[in-house]
Design a protein around this ligand. Structure first.
Ligand code: ATP
Ligand code: LTN
Length: 335
């Protein structure tokens, strides 16, 4: 706990183009929580290299993501917005926690199974121990809450287990973090296959709304969204997964409730509904896009944020790391 406030940690990978799923499931919740907590938001570039990256591209995307955090409404003076790779304690704690994590636990991680089937030519050990690096991210800052989309719950459970195991041996070293999964937007599904989550690595560009899409593209993608043939705007995840997903998106973009939405489109066809969803999403994203473009031009300002926040993150991370190193028996540093 810092300044009487609880601590929040979250992070996102700078791989691929961020989607509406990333925004509604993660970033949007971060913005609503950032007054209440002492917040750390990382661009987790070390996680990114578990999948092969083009170096210049990764650097560019990482900067765009860091800027997007600010454009979406996170104040970089109040929140610590930083690159994971600028804080070496992440790698150091990760090594230690690897020695407190069982292979049996890592074998159960569904993201590892998914990613290794997608990247069968590069199933590296970083991909396998990815959740341990994620646990280190969270535990270094003694985070109380971690806002993530529903797909990251399994990693968060593992983080809690590792922390608990460590505390059982060495005393109260780590805060046990809680997940925060938002009420709306926890799982935005693909527009082309509503049984699959919307994902930035989807090959079909019509399946995802990218945060960089312009209004016309957004509206066109919603028009093409896969739905059922009954032409009734009603929330029913089993029978009408496509329409329910669009209702979820509309709820997240407008703050309206399910019943209110059903009433609004009572007697109207899917065409009207899809257009309204598209317009609401375009309105939601436009101001963020404009601000990001402006911020990216202001090199000196962004560089200043990167430097100051890396220092702040290093300070807090090293405090925890030193404590852990002492607990496990590493020799004291001579000053
Ligand atoms: P990839 O396709 O590379 O696996 P991704 O789109 O799933 O990427 P991540 O970088 O793994 O995105 O996730 C960043 C954050 O966005 C996480 O907190 C995750 O839970 C959330 N998130 C990702 N996709 C969705 C989605 N479809 N609905 C809700 N939240 C999501
Ligand atoms: N694994 C997460 C990204 C991530 C993260 C974190 C999220 C890395 N470290 C710490 C929350 C807290 C993902 O793929 N979305």
């Amino acid at each position: 706990m810092l300044d009487g406030k609880k601590t929040l940690f979250s992070g996102m990978q700078a791989t691929g183009n961020l989607t509406l799923g990333n925004y509604c499931g993660a970033l949007k919740n971060w913005v609503t929580l950032n007054d209440e907590y002492e917040c750390f938001y990382s661009v987790v570039d070390m996680h990114s290299i578990t999948v092969r990256q083009n170096p210049a591209e990764l650097r560019k995307r990482a900067r765009a993501l860091l800027t997007l955090y600010i454009a979406a409404g996170l104040d970089p003076e109040k929140n610590c917005i930083y690159y994971q790779s600028h804080v070496s304690a992440h790698a150091e704690l990760s090594w230690i926690l690897n020695c407190y994590t069982y292979m049996g636990e890592l074998n159960r991680m569904t993201q590892f199974k998914d990613k290794s089937s997608k990247h069968a030519d590069n199933i590296n050990s970083g991909l396998y121990t990815y959740p341990v690096l994620m646990a280190s991210d969270i535990l270094l800052y003694q985070a109380d809450v971690v806002p993530v989309g529903a797909d990251q719950m399994q990693h968060l459970e593992l983080t809690r287990d590792i922390a608990q195991r460590f505390n059982n041996i060495y005393g109260d070293v780590f805060t046990i973090p809680e997940a925060y999964v938002g009420k709306t937007g926890a799982r935005i599904m693909s527009l082309q296959d509503p049984t699959k989550k919307m994902s930035k690595s989807d090959e079909n560009i019509n399946a995802s709304i990218y945060l960089t899409d312009d209004p016309d593209t957004i509206i066109r993608k919603f028009k093409r969204a896969v739905t059922d043939s009954s032409a009734e705007v009603r929330y029913d995840k089993e029978e009408k997964p496509g329409i329910s997903n669009l209702i979820d998106i509309y709820r997240s973009a407008t703050g309206k409730g399910i019943e209110e939405i059903e009433r609004e489109f009572d007697g109207k066809g899917y065409g009207d509904f899809k257009l309204a969803v598209g317009e609401s999403v375009a309105d939601l994203l436009k101001p963020i896009q404009d601000r990001q473009v402006d911020l990216l031009k202001d090199k000196a300002y962004i560089d200043g944020i990167i430097k100051a926040n890396a220092e702040k993150a290093n300070y807090f991370a090293n405090k925890t790391l030193r404590k852990v190193q002492k607990k496990v028996g590493f020799p004291e540093r001579i000053r």
